[in-house]
Write a protein that binds this ligand. Structure first.
Ligand SMILES: C[S@@+](CC[C@H](N)C(=O)[O-])C[C@H]1O[C@@H](n2cnc3c(N)ncnc32)[C@H](O)[C@@H]1O
Length: 417
């Protein structure tokens, strides 16, 4: 073992694209480190008699070359960087000695003091790599480094760590899917863009609690589209997006769920494109899957449903404006997920029964899913119209029709298919 050295490590970023890297040992350490080496473009050779299933999969897909044997002298020839992490102490010592002799920077998972390089705790956020090292081997505390890394990356991602970009930001609009309502269910990218916005145009649905966190200078515009009530016309929303973007503002259009699932997101993207305004789309967690899930209903389940179909129920089946083929939907065995269907559920259920769906098919209505006010009402296709009225179910609600409604956390004994 080398003598204790209290000089600080010198941080550097290695550009490994196309350069030979040797990993000795195919266990958990290799499994954790290999993805970043692969992402760096390194030409990786693994030398190890065995490997974990994940490491083996990397070899199977050709991301690494695997020499299925013990380390032998000469393995580090022409190598730029070595990671020595096997459970074979003798092999580790020999590889480390070869690295020293050949001037190859070498990380050792079993002996930080003997290593010539250390792996920092790393994380990434929007073009920045954060790498945290404790200063000397004596003070090495990998958990503390990882915690510092997490705090920095988290802060950069959600915008709570003030690190303004010094490049001039191109004005434009981000169409952000906010998820179903729980503020924790927006994506990290969505949350960061929200924190950087000058103007936020928000829907009634989605994570409205996040709007309270915005600094006072941010202009929040309510684009509430309450069904059959007051609404701001889509043209007015489009115009507001265009006007604010043209004024050089960073605009976030915050939508419930995913922008492209009954969200009119593409209409807004088209209006912006027509004006030559840059538009970024940030997908969101759609209520069509997450709201049933939050109420304990999987939209698919092995042996029960091999498909799910998401349908808008905002117009009745006999309405000439309807684009939905209810007769075809009645023939499907899988799950039907209805959005915007509370008002019309009675006539929709009748249409499905008339077209052959069993009146006993289980149905669940999940109102205000993922929020503190979430509630679930169960029924069958025959009773759902009455139950929805008797229980005063109101929008927003997702209605799930199909056998998955009856699948709970208890093992069901359904056959594997
Ligand atoms: C105009 S659509 C927008 C859907 C949204 N883009 C998405 O991907 O979830 C509105 C409908 O979504 C459903 N919805 C959205 N959020 C919901 C929630 N938290 N709980 C229940 N239903 C919700 C309701 O069916 C509501 O009428």
């Amino acid at each position: 073992m080398a003598e204790y050295d209290d000089h600080p490590a010198y941080p550097v970023g290695l550009r490994l694209n196309g350069r030979r890297v040797v990993v000795v040992g195919g266990g958990q350490v290799a499994q954790r480190r290999l993805p970043a080496l692969i992402a760096a473009g390194a030409d990786i050779t693994l030398v190890s008699p065995s490997a974990t299933a994940s490491v083996e999969a990397m070899a199977d897909t050709g991301e690494i070359r695997w020499e299925r044997r013990r380390y032998q002298d000469g393995d580090l020839t022409d190598t730029w960087y070595a990671l020595v992490a096997s459970s074979d102490a003798e092999a580790n010592d020999a590889a480390s000695a070869e690295a020293e002799r050949t001037r190859t920077w070498c990380v050792r998972s079993d002996d930080a003091e003997a290593a010539t390089a250390w792996t920092p705790a790393t994380g990434r956020s929007e073009g920045i790599t954060v790498a945290v090292l404790t200063t000397t081997s004596q003070g090495r505390d990998p958990r503390h480094s990882a915690a510092v890394r997490d705090a920095i990356v988290e802060g950069l991602r959600d915008g709570t760590l003030a690190a303004p970009h010094h490049r001039t930001r191109a004005p434009g609009v981000a169409l952000v899917g906010g998820g179903p309502g729980d503020p924790d269910l927006i994506t990290v990218r969505g949350r960061r863009l929200l924190a950087e916005a000058d103007v936020v145009i928000a829907d009634r649905l989605g994570p409205r609690d996040l709007l309270d966190e915005l600094p006072p200078h941010v202009e929040v515009i309510d684009a509430a589209k309450i069904p059959y009530g007051r609404y701001m016309a889509q043209e007015a929303i489009n115009q507001a997006l265009i006007d604010h973007a043209k004024a050089g503002k960073a605009v976030v259009r915050l939508k419930g769920g995913d922008p492209f699932v009954f969200g009119r997101g593409m209409e807004e993207a088209q209006a912006l494109a027509a004006e030559g305004i840059a538009c970024t789309v940030v997908p969101g967690i759609s209520s069509s899957i997450s709201v049933p899930g939050a109420a304990g209903i999987p939209v698919t389940h092995r042996g029960v449903a091999h498909e799910f179909t998401v349908v808008s129920g905002h117009v009745a089946p006999d309405d000439p404006r309807s684009l939905v083929d209810w007769a075809a939907l009645a023939q499907l065995r899988g799950t039907l997920v209805l959005l915007m269907a509370v008002d019309k559920i009675g006539s929709i259920a009748r249409a499905l029964i008339d077209h052959g769906k069993s009146p006993d098919t289980p149905v669940a209505l999940v109102q205000e899913g993922t929020t503190a006010a979430q509630r679930r009402v169960d029924a069958t296709l025959a009773t759902v119209g009455e139950r929805a009225a008797a229980e005063d179910v109101r929008p927003p609600a997702v209605i799930v029709i199909g056998e998955v409604v009856a699948v709970g956390p208890e093992p069901s004994g359904h056959s594997a298919e």
